[in-house]
Ligand binder design. Structure first.
Ligand SMILES: NC(=O)c1ccc[n+]([C@@H]2O[C@H](COP(=O)([O-])OP(=O)(O)OC[C@H]3O[C@@H](n4cnc5c(N)ncnc54)[C@H](OP(=O)(O)O)[C@@H]3O)[C@@H](O)[C@H]2O)c1
Length: 229
């Protein structure tokens, strides 16, 4: 039997990397997209190094993959602070990575996903349903991604394709907060690990055909951030 194939963006770090590893354990051939991959990650079928903002290169690389059972849009970019002080460059980068790229990738892969009755998993965020002072742009884009997932599922469900929005909360051990002046608290129970979201995705892809999880939030038990020193 032909192996199932997954394309994962954000595969070079954090949550996308943990999901890629889990998928390879589950027997998927994983095509990972990122810019700079860690040295030790031999579980990928192929590492595709590119900037998601280079749309032509992205589409050309993707067109080489014949079969697609699963698309995981996990790449993300975040700049925090009051909206008044977000620069045009920061806003453009977030728009292009957090929403433009997943939408372009998803629409271009829907025909192949229909062939396999496949699945799209968008990694949004708990910010997608909240008011996000100091993270208004990021939260707005994640809300857009969540909304897109809801509509897309209604469009494609009759073809057997499933669309899932996974919304993690504060996750430690990733690079997402590199531009922030805060981070998840180090106290036990105040942060998720990338593997927690990967386990959630494992559960979602294990549902029997005909049953669909469409949205899920993953939260640490406690809610605490701390200022970086
Ligand atoms: N960490 C959290 O608390 C948290 C909470 C909720 C949701 N999320 C979401 O989870 C997803 C993964 O984030 P993470 O926490 O794992 O952060 P991360 O460690 O910073 O990972 C982000 C990934 O996106 C890739 N990426 C960013 N810009 C890119 C670009 N222009 N072209 C290609 N790849 C690009 C990065 O690739 P390179 O490193 O190779 O550039 C990296 O693989 C994101 O969508 C994020 O919004 C995270």
């Amino acid at each position: 039997m032909e192996l199932k194939t997954a394309i994962v963006t954000g595969a070079s770090s954090g949550i996308g990397l943990a999901i890629s590893k889990m998928l390879s354990e589950e027997g998927y051939k994983v095509y990972g997209i990122g810019r700079v991959f860690p040295e030790r990650c031999d579980f990928f079928e192929k590492r595709i190094s590119l900037d998601l903002r280079d749309t032509d290169i992205l589409l050309a690389k993707i067109s080489e993959i014949r079969r697609v059972d699963l698309l995981v849009n996990a790449a993300g970019s975040a700049y925090y602070g009051l909206a008044e002080f977000n620069t045009p460059e920061q806003i453009q980068e977030m728009c292009r990575v957090d929403i433009e790229a997943p939408l372009i990738l998803t629409s271009s892969l829907i025909p192949k996903l229909k062939d396999t009755k496949g699945m799209v998993i968008n990694i949004a965020s708990v910010t997608s349903t909240r008011i996000n002072t100091h993270g208004a742009v990021y939260g707005a884009l994640k809300a857009g991604l969540r909304s897109y997932g809801r509509s897309l599922y209604e469009e494609v469900r009759k073809t057997g394709v499933r669309v899932v929005t996974v919304c993690p909360d504060l996750t430690a051990g990733t690079k997402l907060y590199r531009n922030a002046d805060f981070k998840p608290s180090d106290d036990e129970g105040c942060f998720l690990l990338p593997e927690d979201t990967a386990e959630c995705v494992r559960a979602v892809i294990s549902m029997r055909e005909g049953a669909a999880v469409t949205e899920v939030e993953v939260r640490p038990q406690f809610n605490r951030i701390e200022k970086k020193k």
